[in-house]
Design a protein around this ligand. Structure first.
Ligand SMILES: Nc1ncnc2c1ncn2[C@@H]1O[C@H](COP(=O)(O)OP(=O)(O)OP(=O)(O)O)[C@@H](O)[C@H]1O
Ligand SMILES: [Mg+2]
Length: 226
């Protein structure tokens, strides 16, 4: 059983997208997954509602945003029943976020490839360190490149990559590429495997990226808890 929080106080960093793609791919691989939708925008809960209305089966358990005082109990209950619990955190530092971090085996911090966002990702890392200090344990984390360009590494993204390396911050080997499929799953209340390649461009590449991402996350858990 592993709890993975997806956090970055920067709004729009790609947290919800990463949570949905990772949960879907892990479920595709036969993993028993639950997602806690702690994002006040309730994107994943709305996605689940679309599926229920359309009579489609749920590939993974979706639990809507608990209250601050319910958070720990919710994580513990789900962790008892699932192999992986993913928590899609809100785009702000809060006590709710802090409670989720405290119960996490791994925190993923997606960040957009802009200097502004890279600085804010450093703030997210500081929060994880602070929480770890309070708990007296190290909370493993990885930065995750978000909306990674499939083909080109721009000069900006190269500069950001070297600044992150100099700061000694660990980055997941696979980033989430910018793909239409990752927006279409929400729009159509779909799973990646249910999308139609003729209306979603680049679908096979998106599926390949999702699989590599899921493998990298599992490998990171093994590395940290070997
Ligand atoms: N890899 C991607 N490919 C395509 N679109 C993406 C990708 N990542 C993010 N987006 C789009 O960028 C926007 C912001 O992403 P998302 O909602 O996942 O961020 P967030 O960090 O959860 O935001 P918030 O802080 O508001 O919760 C959304 O419109 C989403 O569809
Ligand atoms: Mg979100």
């Amino acid at each position: 059983m592993s709890v993975i929080s997806i956090g970055n106080p920067k709004g729009g960093a790609g947290k919800t997208t990463l949570a949905m793609v990772l949960a879907d791919q892990l479920a595709e691989n036969g993993v028993n997954v639950a997602v806690i939708d702690a994002d006040p925008n309730a994107i994943i809960a709305k996605w689940a509602a679309k599926r229920r209305e359309a009579g489609k089966a749920m590939p993974y358990t979706v639990v809507p945003r608990p209250t601050e005082s319910e958070m720990i109990q919710t994580i513990e209950r789900l962790a008892g029943e699932h192999s992986i619990v993913i928590i899609d955190l809100e785009g702000a530092a809060s006590r709710m976020t802090s409670r989720a971090l405290a119960r996490s085996h791994l925190v993923l911090v997606p960040f957009n490839q802009s200097p502004f966002d890279a600085e804010l990702a450093a703030t997210a890392v500081a929060l994880i360190h602070e929480e770890g200090e309070a708990l007296g344990r190290r909370i493993p984390f990885r930065l995750v490149r978000s909306r990674d360009s499939a083909a080109i590494a721009t000069k900006t993204s190269k500069r950001i990559a070297s600044a992150i390396e100099e700061a000694g911050l660990p980055v997941l080997t696979v980033g989430l590429v910018e793909r239409a499929a990752y927006r279409d799953i929400y729009e159509f209340g779909a799973r990646m495997s249910e999308l139609d390649g003729s209306s979603t461009s680049g679908l096979p590449k998106a599926q390949e990226n999702a699989q590599q991402l899921a493998e990298a996350v599992i490998a990171t858990l093994k590395e940290e808890y070997a």
